[in-house]
Design a protein around this ligand. Structure first.
Ligand code: NIG
Ligand code: FE
Length: 410
């Protein structure tokens, strides 16, 4: 057995437990001052505080230099795998086009679909592997990744294979989500119902059989998939044994958040335009709000009503939404800054929103998201004395060292 000690931790701040935190629990963090963490192989074995050091010999000693240590961050919503980029959309936006205008004109997601279909599995793998390296350098140690730029059986499976390979070969834990219903591909233009039937009858069962994804997601939005189509797709997914996710109320509230709550979706994403009844349904259904503030920033929209959600007892998670269109940034620390500034969440609430809550929403709550004996040793040593500093400084990377499954990877 290999024993590692992290010593000289000024403050170890972490939520606790293997479940998602809501209401007043959203901001419940433990703080151990002058602490040490002992690691045995890939797992945390002991935490000490007040200057006490765990007994025994260690193969490796990491000095935290009196800094803050937290759990490794969990990015619960990314579109990590994609061909090309979409920087040319800047000119379209400057000319006045909105996000959905670009999509309706055959660009946006559909532009990335063309580029992703053209890319080989190897090309996509190499590109997204480099993104995972960059995410890790920002302190992210687990993430979710969606398909949804293939939009036909061959290319959706190609994307899911890439995600599976990344999970196997990269130190990052990567949870796979099938998002065949991300847009209507050109071959099905004007035939959204038929496309959904093809997904439900052909592709979704195949994805399930081959064990390529744990979650199913759909873009429920004006001009994309309506609430009835979303219901059909998600009910089929549930029947096949997938856990459910839904892009809901991003631009228009067309019933996505109500559906999420009613079907017991594990999370609903975006929720910028959510209304009262949608929040009530989510609270009732135990659905986590996966909020994506960097997308609000990049689309120049308003921000989801995180404080009302917390008051209503909805567990709140904050993710990057990294994708080539609405959020070309994988910097989860920037989302942390916006969570604090725009959602008006406390540093403790924000920490829960980027650790245990998303860990639970991607099915990793028993492994990751907190620093506790028995959990995976996924930790960040920050160039900061407290998490307030991480919420406050923006534009710099404050993750000084990153430890993944007991190994110093940065
Ligand atoms: O979550 N809104 C839908 N899907 C992504 C954007 C995808 C894209 O523009 O390529 C999102 O923002
Ligand atoms: Fe998304």
């Amino acid at each position: 057995m290999r024993r590692t000690l992290i010593k000289n931790i000024g403050c170890l701040q972490t939520p606790t437990g293997s479940y998602s935190h809501k209401g007043s629990k959203q901001g419940a963090n433990e703080k151990y001052m002058d602490a040490c963490v002992a690691i045995e192989d890939s797992k945390i074995s002991e935490i000490t505080e007040d200057g006490k050091v765990p007994d025994g010999d260690f193969d490796e000693v990491i000095d935290a230099g009196g800094n803050l240590v937290t759990p490794g961050l969990v990015d619960g919503h990314t579109h990590l795998v994609f061909g090309g980029y979409r920087q040319h959309e800047i000119a379209m936006k400057l000319a006045g086009a909105g996000y959905l205008d670009i999509l309706r004109a055959g660009g946006g997601i559909l532009d990335t679909v063309r580029k992703t279909r053209d890319a080989s599995e190897e090309e996509l793998y190499e590109k997204s592997r480099a993104f995972l390296d960059e995410m890790l350098s920002f302190g992210v140690t687990s993430c979710e990744a969606k398909s949804g730029y293939g939009l036909d059986p061959e290319n959706e499976i190609k994307m899911l294979n890439v995600i599976g390979q990344l999970d196997q070969k990269h130190v990052m834990d990567v949870a796979a989500t099938f998002m065949g219903a991300h847009a209507i591909p050109p071959e099905y233009e004007g035939k959204g119902d038929e496309y959904i039937e093809m997904m439900c009858n052909e592709l979704m069962p195949q994805v399930r059989e081959q064990g390529l994804a744990e979650f199913c997601d759909i873009f429920c939005e004006d001009s994309v998939f309506n609430a009835a189509q979303s219901r059909r797709y998600l009910e089929k997914a549930r029947e096949l044994g997938f856990s459910l996710k839904i892009h809901a109320d991003e631009i228009e509230a067309i019933g996505g958040s109500q559906l999420a709550g009613e079907l017991g979706a594990v999370s609903a994403e975006h929720l910028i335009a959510i209304e009262e009844d949608g929040m009530d349904a989510m609270a009732e259904g135990g659905t986590t709000a996966m909020l994506l503030p960097a997308t609000s920033f990049y689309l120049d929209k308003t921000y989801a009503p995180a404080r009302t959600m917390i008051e209503k007892g909805i567990p709140v998670a904050i993710a990057s939404d990294f994708n080539p269109g609405s959020c070309p940034s994988l910097n989860l620390q920037f989302a942390i800054n916006l969570g604090s500034l725009k959602y008006r969440m406390t540093p403790e609430e924000v920490l829960t929103a980027v650790t245990i809550n998303p860990a639970c929403a991607i099915g990793r709550g028993d492994l990751a998201g907190t620093v506790e004996p028995g959990k995976q040793a996924d930790l960040v040593i920050w160039d900061a004395p407290d998490f307030e500093m991480v919420c406050y400084r923006f534009g710099s990377n404050l993750a000084k060292h990153v430890i993944k499954k007991g190994v110093l990877v940065k």
